[in-house]
Design a protein around this ligand. Structure first.
Ligand SMILES: [Zn+2]
Length: 379
């Protein structure tokens, strides 16, 4: 925690217009889905609707969007004009995709903006845009607005414009929900960051950290395979997965019983099956996994099928490591892979945790050095 201020201290400081608390905390408002600097001039929210975060990044990860009035993504008094103009566009329309070529046309060097975001918010510009888009679509539909009103409240002048954006994230137009399978989506928090879970009537079909790079691709792929649309909503499996995960994170659960619905090729299915056979607290190499599926020479194919796993943690691709014992790439970020393996090692029976006792002893530095080698999203 960056600050030792209490909730009340922070709440009292909101809107004082002093810059004293600038950079100390971020105010997020549950009812509007917006986050602000402490000094924002917008109307002061009721305390029960307020959440405080240390950084803007955390607020975005939890699904909030930056306020148009106080512009919390821009550092006070030191934001270059080229950043301001690009941000202005994103405030107007979170669904906008600003590509390198658009930046170059505005005379902005793409690397420049990437460095600025990384330095000030520890987030890439692409990741920032991606999260804004997904959050915006998620929140609008969740609020139960009609598709038309979400479209217009997001600044679209036409319904087709909104549908195009929605389709680009969730793979199909929201209006087709009556004629298709519905995949329900929920967002919740874990000790290592917020996650999305998706479920059909059959079971959980996706479980990923909200900042995962491949998320939009996975949404689209799922919609296509299941001829489905993704809409926020209630579903028994979504309730069950959240309670099982909270037990898992508390070290109280080793096995998951929630039903899964994982469309994929026959080969992917067999790889995902042997992943689920790796006991809690243990690890396997890709080579061992290749042998387990009866294809000893298929190490690369196995790694690739691991990378296509959409159900993190429950289909435990984090338990597969390089033959040298190194933690290789992980879609949710390598520090999460280490965190999960450490959690399982700590809570495992002592006789088991010794067997392949590689997890707890690896310093995070060594892990991070290996990061760039992670070709496969989830392996
Ligand atoms: Zn504000």
């Amino acid at each position: 925690m960056q600050s030792k201020l209490t909730f009340q201290d922070k709440y009292d400081a909101i809107g004082k217009q002093s810059k004293l608390y600038e950079g100390v905390f971020i105010t997020a408002v549950k009812t509007t889905g917006i986050f602000c600097r402490p000094s924002c001039r917008a109307r002061k929210p009721m305390p029960e609707n307020v959440l405080f975060f240390d950084t803007a990044k955390e607020a975005i990860q939890h699904g909030f969007r930056p306020c148009k009035i106080c512009k919390p993504m821009e550092k006070m008094d030191e934001t270059p004009n080229y950043i301001k103009s690009v941000m202005e566009k994103l405030y107007e329309n979170p669904f906008l995709r600003i590509k390198d070529i658009d930046l170059q046309e505005r005379g902005v060097e793409p690397n420049q903006i990437r460095r600025w975001f990384k330095k000030h918010h520890n987030i890439t510009f692409q990741a920032y845009q991606r999260m804004l888009r997904i959050n915006s679509a998620f929140n609008d539909i969740k609020r139960g607005e009609t598709i038309t009103s979400s479209a217009f409240s997001n600044g679209y002048s036409s319904l087709s414009g909104f549908n195009d954006s929605y389709r680009s994230i969730f793979g199909g137009p929201a209006s087709e929900s009556k004629h298709k399978t519905t995949i329900n989506i929920a967002r919740f928090t874990t000790p290592i960051g917020p996650m999305f879970a998706c479920a059909t009537e059959q079971g959980i079909c996706l479980l990923e950290f909200t900042d995962r790079k491949m998320l939009e691709t996975e949404f689209k792929d799922l919609c296509k395979r299941l001829n489905a649309v993704i809409l926020p909503g209630e579903n028994d499996h979504l309730g069950q997965v959240q309670s099982e995960l909270s037990e898992y994170f508390a070290g109280e659960r080793r096995l998951f019983t929630v039903a899964l619905h994982t469309p994929g090729t026959g080969f992917q299915q067999s790889v995902w099956k042997v992943l689920q056979e790796i006991p809690y607290g243990e690890t396997r190499t890709y080579k061992q996994q290749a042998i387990a599926v009866g294809n000893p020479n298929g190490v690369r194919a196995v790694a690739s099928a691991n990378g296509s796993n959409r159900v993190a943690i429950i289909i435990p691709c984090h338990r597969v490591i390089g033959s040298n014992g190194q933690l290789t790439g992980y879609g949710g970020g390598i520090y999460r892979k280490k965190w999960l393996l450490d959690l399982e090692a700590r809570n495992n029976n002592s006789q088991h945790s010794i067997q392949r006792g590689i997890t707890s002893n690896i310093p995070l530095n060594a892990v991070l050095e290996h990061r760039s080698g992670g070709r496969h999203a989830h392996s």
